[in-house]
Design a protein around this ligand. Sequence first.
Ligand code: UD1
Length: 415
Amino acid sequence: MEKFLVQGSGPLNGEIRIGGAKNSALKLMAASLLAEGSTSLNNVPEITDVAIMMELLEAMGVRVQRVGQRIEIDVPDEIEPVAPYSLVERMRASIVVLGPLLSRIGRAKVALPGGDDFGSRPIDMHLQGLEQLGAEFSYEHGDINGRADQLVGAEVFLEFPSVGATENLLMAAVLADGTTVIENAAREPEISDLANFLSKMGAVIEGIGTSRLTIEGVPALHPVSYEVIPDRIEAATYLAALGVCGGELRLIGARSDHMEMLLRKLEEMGMEWSEDEDGLTARVLERLQSVDVSTLPYPGLATDYKPFLVAALCVSQGAGMVTENIFAGRFRYIDELVRMGAEIRAEGRHAVVRGVKRLSGAPVRAHDIRAGAALVVAALAADGETVISDAHHVDRGYEDLAGKLSSVGAQVTRI
Ligand code: UD1
């Protein structure tokens, strides 16, 4: 079992290169199913979730090859439209193959994802939206069986701007007959990246980056080469590490226009930052000030940032109220932070974090990707040594977290 070994660390200084966005790369890989031929994706991080999506495509008969940060996806004419439980169980984002399979093949058998560490995560909006485009679903032995002779454009109003539902509907609509309008669509930068990728493939999409996407179905798409946007959540992780350690970091490739709300929060806490064409430079000279944090759909503060912000609040001056509005059950790592001496009271969707000067190194456990990374951040602000078990969760979303942090002066190793 792999673990992170972290020692409390002093100021961080230097450069970190930000990898491609996990949450975009996975969807672009699924979208490649929409066109026969060779798709080339650049800036794809070497992380477990991408490896699982590669396995999933291969299980359908697609040839996938990695060359450094590029992956080549060769989609044959005939594919087996099945996503088995063994893979969906390891990565629930596998559900995004449903839209492309139904629109290109007219059939899909995808295992139901079940629950996870965030609590219950239904996919009702994905299915209802696809039904509005003419898909029919039946359920058997834990699988969803979807059929659609020809999807037909429709107006779909999402009850909540769900990222996954927006993506599935977008990928279904691009080959549907006629016009689809997705109202109350999610607006995350990764969705715009998917829409830009689809447009390059020949899709006709209006309103990219807004909450109303209008898609004019086309008969076929063609494969393209495309570069994935940088991972704003990875960038946020290093900004939080800087927040608790102090110093100056240059994040090569990071884009402020994808993380405006986060940068505002960090500024409020006392971080300074500037941007040039290569990325962001951030500086922390004093102990951060506490702020209140409330997660919301984009452009609000992402729920994925919250564990890092909580870690930073643990050692900031004052107290901050944290409210989770996206995933009800996303507070488990708090018990681990409390083991490290954090002063946190959590109830329901809320937590109050009272900053202490230093945390205290302890053995703790990573429950999911972001929670694991947040424990690494917290451990940098702890006296002595912290051992974080179940490090494999972190590998799902980070390429060499320990190596990147060590390169700027943090004491983090893998054992
Ligand atoms: C994606 C991201 C995840 C991020 C989340 C919110 C990927 C692989 N994952 O997850 O990292 O934290 O967006 O920004 O891109 N919901 C329903 N019914 C549905 C769909 C969603 O009730 O059919 C609910 C969910 O339970 C949750 C909320 O809507 O409470 C938001 O979920 P959603 O935006 O769909 O998140 P994901 O796409 O699963």
